[in-house]
Design a protein around this ligand. Structure first.
Ligand SMILES: Cc1cc2nc3c(=O)[nH]c(=O)nc-3n(C[C@H](O)[C@H](O)[C@H](O)COP(=O)(O)O)c2cc1C
Length: 179
């Protein structure tokens, strides 16, 4: 994650390619219930940054990284698409009670976005969608659509690293042969 951008715009075709990366990510049952809203208008980006509570980051010593991004990719999930797909004959709808696959698919889509941005020589940071209800009316997101978060994309600048990175790296996350 990078939380500071130069403010330079990004090529529109690159912005489109980064947003379209979600179509390469897997979805459970090929439900394709993950969608994005790609925003590149600077005024709209500033409105979204404010709605996301950017000031709280600034108060904590971070740069205003949401408003200076060249692109926001608002990541959404549509549970209804999954419920419809898992009601089909080859699926078991109880599966969604155990694991709501849209969260898994949203993570895969997020990773595809991040990797495509980095591959294009850009950088990105993820702002979680919790508390982002003020974003909904700005973009007209329907009530039954989940707002997973906002990916801020831009040209990287040296940033203040998150204190989360002070946490020691676990060395026991890869089991071999058995747990
Ligand atoms: C599901 C998820 C939610 C996150 N939410 C936020 C967030 O709301 N704000 C933020 O600044 N970083 C957020 N992050 C970024 C993490 O803090 C970051 O990925 C982690 O500290 C590891 O740092 P790195 O990605 O730079 O390696 C989130 C990451 C994930 C995967």
């Amino acid at each position: 994650m990078v939380r500071r951008f130069t403010g330079d715009p990004i090529d529109p075709q690159t912005a489109e390619r980064i947003a379209a990366a979600i179509t390469d990510a897997p979805t459970a049952g090929n439900a394709q219930g993950i969608t994005v809203i790609s925003v590149t208008d600077p005024n709209q980006i500033r409105r979204l940054a404010s709605a996301c509570g950017e000031q709280l980051y600034v108060d904590r010593g971070f740069d205003p990284w949401l408003s200076t991004a060249a692109q926001h990719i608002v990541l959404c999930a549509e549970p209804e698409r999954y419920r419809e797909r898992y009601a089909e004959a080859d699926k078991n709808s109880a599966v969604l009670e155990a694991i709501p696959w849209w969260w898994v698919d949203a993570g895969a889509a997020l990773m595809a976005i991040l990797l495509t941005a980095v591959e294009a020589g850009l950088a990105a940071g993820f702002h979680g969608g919790h508390g982002a209800d003020a974003v909904r009316p700005i973009l007209g997101i329907p009530d039954d659509v989940l707002l997973v978060g906002v990916v801020a994309v831009g040209h990287p600048a040296p940033d203040r690293r998150s204190s989360s990175l002070d946490r020691p790296k676990r060395v026991d996350t890869i089991h071999r042969h058995r747990w």
